[in-house]
Design a binder for this molecule. Structure first.
Ligand SMILES: [Zn+2]
Length: 120
């Protein structure tokens, strides 16, 4: 990958990460503020399900944060944009659509087909 492209993805991933981290902070403080004693069991149930929902989003966000951090490491090591399975270059178009991807479209399709076949 050209240096210009690496810089582009580094900037993209860094600002994405910043966004997520800022957002994660506000989700956390939102949880704390509303975490009061709710005497009504129905209120409590609604609050619990809302909180579970928030925690699920946060789980997904922290997964994404890990992936972005890994991609940024790859950029530093100069291996960003290389498919983990076949070692070939991942197309720029694919990386622009999914900057944290670790597989080229061919391998990704194969993995997904395998997952469908094995039911995992
Ligand atoms: Zn591949």
């Amino acid at each position: 990958m050209k240096e210009k492209e690496l810089k582009y993805f580094k900037k993209l991933l860094t600002s994405w990460l910043d966004d997520l981290l800022t957002h994660a902070d506000s989700t956390m403080s939102g949880l704390r503020e509303s975490d009061e004693a709710l005497p009504d069991p129905l209120d409590r149930a609604v609050f619990d399900s809302e909180r579970n929902f928030t925690l699920r989003i946060r789980d997904r966000e922290s997964m994404l944060i890990k992936k972005i951090r890994k991609s940024l490491e790859d950029i530093e090591e100069g291996v960003y944009g290389t498919c983990e399975s076949c070692g070939e270059d991942i197309s720029i178009e694919r990386l622009k659509a999914r900057p944290v991807t670790r597989h080229c479209i061919r391998c990704k399709t194969q993995i997904e087909t395998m997952e469908k076949l094995t039911g995992t």
